[in-house]
Design a protein around this ligand. Structure first.
Ligand SMILES: Nc1ncnc2c1ncn2[C@@H]1O[C@H](COP(=O)(O)OP(=O)(O)OP(=O)(O)O)[C@@H](O)[C@H]1O
Ligand SMILES: Nc1nc2c(ncn2[C@@H]2O[C@H](COP(=O)(O)O)[C@@H](O)[C@H]2O)c(=O)[nH]1
Length: 189
């Protein structure tokens, strides 16, 4: 694979990865978003092949068996998410790839790619703010909201394992800091 460049945004659910990923893609159109596979059902407006590849559990397990996923996690009970090998194979100096994945997946990609990957942990201002953002987003029922907040405690404890931490309090400030970090990674020789 020719000199891959991989940018990873990782965080607990609701911290603002997707929001910051969109800002990054607007500012750096050469970044290609890596579309993950998942067994969770699509939310209103989400499109197969754009937001995720929405698969049955059997289809997902087949990808695992065929070695098509470079990492995968059962992020929530019965909800699998994984990074497709073919999405990463597009990564090069000219077309870096952007991943929006959970903390365990991000640690695995760092293990695999070392300094060719740059992982930013997006930190919410507090657990309370995280809960409020998830509630306001309106995508979770009470049970999945609880699961996401429970997992967030474990995820927040891993923040210092990543290359950089961006606190997503004020969105404009956080977006500018993320862009500065990513530009400087992409400019490295
Ligand atoms: N700085 C911010 N201040 C207030 N609200 C924000 C901020 N950043 C993002 N949000 C809002 O918080 C919600 C969660 O953001 P987003 O969907 O980007 O999080 P995420 O980390 O991608 O979550 P998931 O992992 O579940 O996909 C969204 O409704 C978004 O508009
Ligand atoms: N390990 C992986 N985690 C992934 C991947 N794609 C997304 N995710 C993470 O899952 C949670 C929940 O996402 P949601 O869309 O259901 O809110 C979030 O932290 C995502 O970043 C992946 O390929 N591998």
């Amino acid at each position: 694979m020719p000199e891959p460049r991989i940018v990873i945004l990782t965080a607990p659910s609701g911290a603002g990865k997707t929001t910051l990923a969109r800002r990054l893609q607007e500012a750096l159109p050469q970044l290609r978003f890596s579309v993950s596979a998942t067994t969770r059902p699509p939310r209103p407006g989400e499109r197969h092949g754009v937001d995720y590849y929405f698969l049955s559990e059997d289809e997902f397990r087949r990808l695992i068996e065929q070695g098509e996923l470079i990492e995968y996690e059962e992020v929530y009970p019965g909800r699998f998410y994984g990074t497709l090998r073919r999405e990463i194979e597009q990564a090069s100096r000219d077309h870096p790839v952007l991943l929006d994945i959970d903390v365990k997946g991000a640690l695995r990609v760092k293990e695999l790619f070392g300094d060719e990957a740059f992982a930013i942990f997006v930190q919410p201002p507090s657990l309370e703010a995280l809960a409020e953002r998830l509630r306001n987003r309106g995508t979770e029922d009470d049970a999945t909201l609880r699961q996401r907040l429970e997992r967030a405690r474990m995820e927040l404890a891993l923040a210092d394992r990543f290359d950089a931490v961006v606190v997503n309090d004020d969105l404009e400030r956080a977006a500018a800091e993320t862009l500065r970090l990513v530009r400087s990674f992409l400019e490295r020789p």
